[in-house]
Design a protein around this ligand. Structure first.
Ligand code: F6P
Length: 374
């Protein structure tokens, strides 16, 4: 097929996760071997095309040397700050740097760009590509798994393995000391990491931002577990969960960025007070983003990378590859860039947790009348 495409760029944008290098590899392998294109890897997200000299490297079959498939992070670098349309300058002002980006695309002779990012990155990069007059195809990645249009984003599977392993390590020490262990996990405003790893890791309580909870509900569950003869309990809390009265826990970093963090400390104090149990907290943090990509993430990354290149060849721009059911599909960006995809509070995962007797917060879903379905 002669698509007129000769040169494409690929970049990673937003927070890193495991499996990004596997996507870059799949994009490069497919673009070169299937279509005979030239591939440039853009460094540090959009910044590589904004800075002068341009920050990029040509990606060839030799670039990968057998390693990158197995490595976490992104060898192209990434950034999760600085929208080029409102770029923060050192003097405190903001500047529109979109024309520098467009010029960078022209200097490299890019016909299209594959953007590996979350929904926020894809929204910004699609506007930038429009400005540059080139096509864009997105590949979803984030440990939070909160991108619309795909069942799974690259990085999620590895992160929930990390969290499950953390619970496997916390359980024996909790049992040995007869303690309640609280594990605070990432996920921003979504509870996908907490619910999936909490179920897999045998938690007694899982708190997610999408389901309201009461401290009395948490304490009651822990008292019940202890009364049933178990000496310890495990609690997983998503970082985006608020206090019982609705206050978020935020950490302010220099440069003005705010991130969630600290709800685990609050719960530790409250649970200790209310149950009398010795309680400890672990805040897992960026450990959840690192590590060797799991088999599932490598497979997803490979399928996504190949499909993204096919979409470029077919000029199906303004789309993102997504995993739906059993296959990879093209999803229009308008259906993706509509904010984060929350955990369904009445969906299968929350229902499964409740069925296991896990306290997931208060019941807010209509209870089905079994007689009504006959
Ligand atoms: O979106 C991914 C994520 O890891 C969130 O789960 C977390 O809240 C945030 O990024 C942390 O961002 P940073 O790396 O800027 O601290």
């Amino acid at each position: 097929m002669n698509s007129g495409i000769r040169t494409i760029g690929v970049l990673t944008s937003g927070g890193d996760c495991a499996g990004l290098n596997a996507v870059i590899r799949a994009v490069t392998y497919s673009a070169i071997q299937t279509y005979g294109w030239k591939v440039y890897g853009i460094m540090d997200g959009s910044m590589g095309l904004i800075q002068r000299p341009l920050q990029f490297r040509e990606l060839t079959m030799g670039t990968f040397g057998g390693n990158y498939l197995r490595e976490g992070g992104t060898f192209l670098g990434t950034t999760n700050k600085g929208d080029p349309f409102n770029f923060p300058m050192p003097d405190g002002t903001t500047k529109d740097r979109s024309e520098e980006f467009a010029e960078g695309c022209r200097m490299l002779g890019l016909d299209a760009l594959v953007v590996i990012g979350g929904d926020g990155s894809m929204r910004i990069l699609s506007r930038l590509c429009e400005r540059a007059g080139i096509g864009m195809v997105g590949v979803p990645k984030t440990i939070d798994n909160d991108v619309h249009g795909t069942d799974y984003a690259v990085g999620f599977a590895t992160s929930i393995n990390v969290v499950t392993e953390a619970l496997d390590r916390l359980q024996p020490t909790a049992a040995s000391h007869h303690r309640v262990m609280i594990l605070e996990v990432m996920g921003r405003d979504a509870g996908h990491i907490a619910i999936n790893s909490g179920i897999a890791g045998g938690a007694d309580v899982i708190l997610v931002p999408e389901v309201p909870y009461s401290l009395e509900g948490v304490a009651r569950k822990i008292r019940t577990v202890l009364a049933q003869g178990r000496s310890h309990a495990l609690v997983v809390v998503a970082e985006g969960v608020k206090t019982e009265s609705g206050e978020p826990f935020l950490i302010s970093y220099s440069g003005g960025q705010q991130r969630y963090g600290g709800i685990g400390n609050y719960l530790t104090e409250k649970i200790a007070q209310m149950t009398g149990a010795e309680t400890r907290v672990t805040i897992l943090g960026h450990v959840q983003r690192g590590g060797i990509p799991s088999t599932r993430d490598r497979l997803l990354a490979s399928a996504f990378g190949v499909k993204a290149v096919d979409l470029v060849a077919q000029k199906q721009f303004g789309t993102m590859v997504g995993w739906q059911g059993r296959s990879v599909v093209a999803v229009p960006l308008e259906k993706v860039c509509i904010g984060p995809r929350s955990l369904d509070p009445c969906g299968t995962m929350v229902g499964t947790a409740r069925g296991l007797g896990i306290y997931v917060g208060e019941e807010i879903c209509p209870v089905e009348d079994p007689a009504a379905t006959i």
